[in-house]
Design a protein around this ligand. Structure first.
Ligand code: GLU
Length: 492
């Protein structure tokens, strides 16, 4: 790659960060890191009507939580407020309004754009006529023929106007998309796009193109929904005699039924996923695989591994299904394999309200760790082991054809052996196992007819971790109370 890579993620601060936005941000960041380039965060806030207060802060914070920190652009300052970093800003797009205006005026002067004075009513009427005639609905170019002098007079007289691109009337435009290959559009399909609105602000198309040029962006990587806008952007590049960047349009994200990903079929906000206890590194791993797999032989990749392998040419063209079961699986893998201390720290807010005994809390957290998919599962998984007692259906206590009486004898023997144990023995799963296995051997019992009733007595469930792990996690008091309760249920 000849030029130093400069890429940007350019969200509009109109709400939450979408899972697709996180993927765009990540692929941009990965390309920058792969080529030791610059990752820029630009906030596209020119559409004042759609601005949501606090959305910029939330966007920057969520990206940072996921490990995506811009080298330039809008950043989070140490005090938690947003600020800007870099010489080619400002990166809050609305601050460049004057610059956009200057570019628009130049386009008007060179005949590549024109003032349009059509009112809402005019536009509506034209649209209705087009619809009635079965024609595509687009601007009917009424004002395109006005001379600049005439237009300027009306502007000076205070007539409301917008500025539109004078898109070529025939021929076609083509470009090479890094992911999709050669893409062509007939100019006939392209509308005379508004570039300056009646409030004087640039639309996305003009602002984004001018900013990409001024910020020396080398690659524009964005969702496929923008591909039909690219001809308009190329027209601005060509008319302004600028070299366009390389374009790469990422595959659409789909629901399981292959319809376009929608809020109705599940969460799409990254913040919601984080709030539910999905880990940022698992989410990042998950979105990285929406349309790309670095090596194809596994699913788990660190952020560094992704950056080392990233290649736009290997991104798929076809839509990528957002499969939440896969995210659950990935997240579970991260939970299982992360550092023990970090896991306990992450689990503790979910358990703190359920117990005050931190040693007990940690033992229970470890007990359920293999079954945690997202951190918010923790309270439900842990609750049976935090309560003093658990309901047991006495029918399920005996093992296979074992009688109730026989199961009661085993539980009584176990209870007696456990009562004599000191604290040190109780604090090791291994010791508990040795004690119980010795007891079984000494009495000529079998594992099944002793450990099954014990396990059910302790957990209340047919399926659960081993009785040794349960004894250890529950601790002495709860364990003895539960065994005693089960014994009583069998003998009364
Ligand atoms: N502001 C646009 C958005 O909200 C950016 C599209 C682009 O990357 O060009 O997605």
């Amino acid at each position: 790659m000849a030029k130093t890579v400069r890429v940007r993620f350019a969200p509009s601060p109109t709400g939450f960060l979408h899972i697709g936005g996180l993927r765009s941000a990540l692929y941009n960041e990965l390309l920058a890191r792969r080529h030791k380039g610059t990752f820029i965060l630009r906030i596209e806030d020119t559409d004042q009507a759609r601005l949501v207060p606090g959305a910029t802060e939330a966007l920057v914070r969520t990206l940072k939580a996921c490990g995506l920190v811009p080298d330039e652009g809008v950043i989070l300052k140490p005090n938690g407020e947003v600020g800007e970093k870099g010489d080619l800003g400002p990166y809050m797009q609305s601050k460049r309004a004057d610059m956009h205006r200057t570019y628009a005026d130049k386009l008007v002067k060179s005949g590549k754009a024109y003032h349009c004075f059509c009112t809402e009513r005019d536009l509506l009427k034209a649209r209705e006529e087009q619809q009635a005639a079965g024609l595509p609905t687009r601007y009917n170019r009424t004002c395109r023929g006005l001379s600049i002098e005439h237009a300027m007079r009306r502007v000076e007289a205070g007539d409301p106007y917008v500025i539109r691109l004078a898109i070529p009337l025939k021929g076609s435009v083509s470009f090479k998309d890094e992911i999709r290959g050669d893409v062509a559009f007939d100019w006939k399909q392209v509308d005379d796009q508004v570039i300056i609105k009646s409030d004087g602000m640039a639309t996305y198309h003009l602002a984004s193109t001018c900013d990409d040029h001024d910020m020396k962006i080398t690659h524009v990587i964005r969702g496929e929904e923008w591909i039909s806008s690219t001809p308009k952007h190329l027209f601005i590049y060509e008319s302004s005699k600028w070299t366009p960047p390389t374009f790469a349009h990422l595959p659409l994200l789909l629901n399981a039924d292959r319809t376009k990903l929608s809020k109705r079929q599940g969460d799409v906000a990254v913040e919601d996923y984080l709030a539910k206890g999905y880990l940022p590194e698992a989410l990042l791993n998950f979105v990285a695989l929406l349309g790309w797999n670095p090596t194809g032989d596994r699913e788990i990749y660190t952020h560094d591994e992704l950056a080392a392998a990233f290649d736009l040419a290997k991104v798929n063209k076809s839509g990528a299904v957002v499969n939440v079961e896969k995210l659950d699986w990935l997240n579970g893998q991260y939970v299982k394999t992360m550092d023990r201390e970090r896991y306990l720290e992450l689990a503790s807010p979910y358990l703190r309200e359920l117990t005050v005994d931190t040693a007990h809390m940690d033992r229970v957290a470890m007990l359920i760790r293999d079954r945690v998919t997202k951190l918010s599962d923790i309270p439900e998984l842990a609750s049976p082991y935090l309560k003093m007692m658990v309901d047991v259906d006495q029918i399920i206590i005996p093992w296979k054809s074992q009688t109730k009486e026989d199961a009661a004898v085993r539980l009584y023997g176990v209870m007696h052996a456990l009562t004599t144990l000191d604290h040190a023995t109780w604090h090791s799963i291994q010791n508990l196992e040795t004690v119980l296995k010795d007891l079984i051997e000494k009495n000529g019992w079998t594992n099944g007819d002793t450990l099954w009733p014990l396990r059910v007595a302790l957990s209340g469930q047919k399926q659960s971790p081993s009785p040794f792990e349960l004894l250890y996690a529950l601790g002495r008091e709860r364990s003895l109370a539960r065994v005693e309760q089960a014994h009583r249920a069998l003998t009364t």
